[in-house]
Design a protein around this ligand. Structure first.
Ligand code: SAH
Length: 476
């Protein structure tokens, strides 16, 4: 049964090399840096609607006549130069298009060129803070695999794996529980657009022994993990082969492009990005002069907020996950900061662990927006059941983080290591740090939560095991 095994995993092993004690992306409420060029109050304010109305874009693009905004900005100005040319030629773009260019443009996008996850980068994530995070997620997958009847094969599919740290920690748990998984054929599939980060992932997970562009495959790279598990890399979830799969998306959905909408006296308008005609090397937000196709599609008639962000790409991906799980089985775990359809202006940038003006030096900073879990739930369209969002500190507590911490503390000899363990626990769990603003959300086949023949009320049915994390992980 899963329970003693989970206990074994929690009690197993020693601590690996210490991870850096860096700060996570600062909580907006705790770090009220000024985003001077963003119209309206800063994004941590409860009602971030612009106090000064945004200018309206000219209906037809008039060339400002100003010089190239980023001509003198050097290497880091390449993206701004590219965007300025584009804006001048064809007018303002949606925030989604701006974000897509700034983050994943194949030449100069932030993730393509830099992708600064980790202490030496621009933002730190939970798996980079503590090995315990990934270990508990590894236990979650084993627990679900057992609860679903131990299928003899599964794919672990991670979307946006960053430095590969989370998968590495999960694979260590799989190795510790190798006797349990011995009859199961496990493979790892990573969906990553960044060539730079996929190289780092290859080093983390395989020691760099990978085969680029394998023949007859949709994968762009293949290798074998240090623990002997085959790993393949793809650019798109649709390239991952079908099959029973456990999906993982940690701080992935928040990196996908959002559309922003503003309620005005004339109705809903889309927020666009344009060149500032007054200041040649700057971009600015403007409002669309009329409704845009996105306004028509994405604003619900019953919407009560005055400012709304929608991430259609997240909707499409979650729909794909739900369809795949419905057809082939498995589960998806999504962890991110977000809200349940209540927040308004959450678009922000991070550079060197500090808030960064989203319109300044595009391509050099991480751009992100809170995940709207209510939208994800809606886009699942009932194909699977959903659980959550539940706060990170509750999920990790349910998964047994306290026991794991105790074991690691007992096994560590020196004070510095113990302090570092306690510090990372605090980062993950403290409601003022990452404990409350990060959430866990899961997609599970309906039969995992409700007996398919629920109308049959016969007493003989054994109860379905609770889903760990969303309920306490039972250890006895
Ligand atoms: N999950 C990691 C990294 C989060 S950063 C962690 O928690 O540490 C976001 C990750 O998503 C990066 O690996 C980035 O390159 C990747 N990414 C961003 N947009 C993507 C897209 N459209 N398709 C696939 N990967 C993407």
């Amino acid at each position: 049964m899963v329970l003693p095994l989970a206990r074994r995993a929690l009690l197993a092993g020693r601590r690996r090399l210490p991870r850096p004690a860096a700060a996570p992306r600062p909580d907006r409420r705790l770090s009220p840096l000024s985003l001077a060029r963003v119209a309206g109050p800063p994004c941590w304010a409860p009602s971030p609607l612009p106090s000064a109305p945004l200018p309206t874009a000219p209906a037809a693009r008039l060339c400002s006549g100003a010089g190239d905004p980023a001509e003198a900005a050097g290497e880091d100005g390449a993206m701004l130069r590219h965007l300025a040319r584009k804006l001048r030629a064809s007018g303002p773009v949606t925030v989604a298009e701006y974000m897509r260019e700034a983050l994943t443009n194949p030449g100069q996008g932030y993730y393509t060129r830099r992708g600064g996850v980790g202490e030496s980068g621009d933002f730190i994530t939970s798996p980079e803070i503590s090995q315990v995070f990934g270990e508990l997620i590894g236990i979650w997958y084993i627990s679900e695999w057992m609860a679903m009847g131990k299928p003899n094969t599964f794919q672990l599919v991670e979307l946006g794996p960053g430095r590969g740290t989370l998968t590495e920690d999960i694979l260590r748990v799989f190795k510790q529980l190798a006797s349990v998984l011995s009859k199961c054929d496990v493979s790892v599939h990573l969906v990553e657009v960044s060539p730079k980060l996929s190289e780092i992932q290859a080093v983390t997970l395989t020691g760099g022994k990978v085969q680029p562009n394998p023949e007859d495959e949709l994968a762009y790279m293949k290798g074998i993990s240090k623990t002997g598990i085959p790993i393949s890399w793809y650019r798109d979830i649709q390239d991952v082969p079908p099959g029973y799969s456990f999906y993982l998306a940690h701080e992935f959905f928040d990196a996908l492009p959002i559309h922003k909408f503003q309620r005005t006296e004339k109705g809903w308008r889309e927020v666009l990005v344009d060149i500032d005609p007054q200041v040649p090397d700057q971009l600015r937000f403007v409002l669309s002069p009329s409704r845009t196709p996105a306004t028509q599609h994405f604003i619900q008639p019953e919407e009560t907020r005055d400012h709304v962000e929608v991430c259609p790409e997240a909707g499409v991906i979650v729909q794909r996950l739900a369809s795949r799980i419905e057809k082939d089985g498995g589960a998806a775990l999504v962890a991110d900061y977000g809200h349940d359809g209540t927040k308004t202006d959450t678009f922000r940038g991070f550079r060197n662990h500090r808030l960064h003006d989203v319109l300044s030096a595009p391509g050099t900073a991480d751009l992100t927006a809170d995940v709207d879990f209510s939208y994800l739930r809606k886009m699942v369209q009932g194909k699977t059941a959903t659980l959550g969002p539940i706060k990170q500190r509750e999920f990790l507590k349910n998964m047994g983080i306290d026991l794991r911490l105790q074991v690691l503390l007992q096994n560590s000899g020196d004070t510095a290591t113990r302090e570092q363990l306690l510090h990372s626990y605090d980062m993950l769990m403290n409601p003022e740090k990452m404990g409350d603003c990060f959430n866990f959300f899961a997609l599970l086949p309906h039969h995992r939560l409700v007996h398919p023949d629920k109308k049959d009320k016969s007493e003989s049915k054994s109860p379905l095991p609770p889903v760990a994390g969303f309920n306490e992980l039972l250890l006895k």
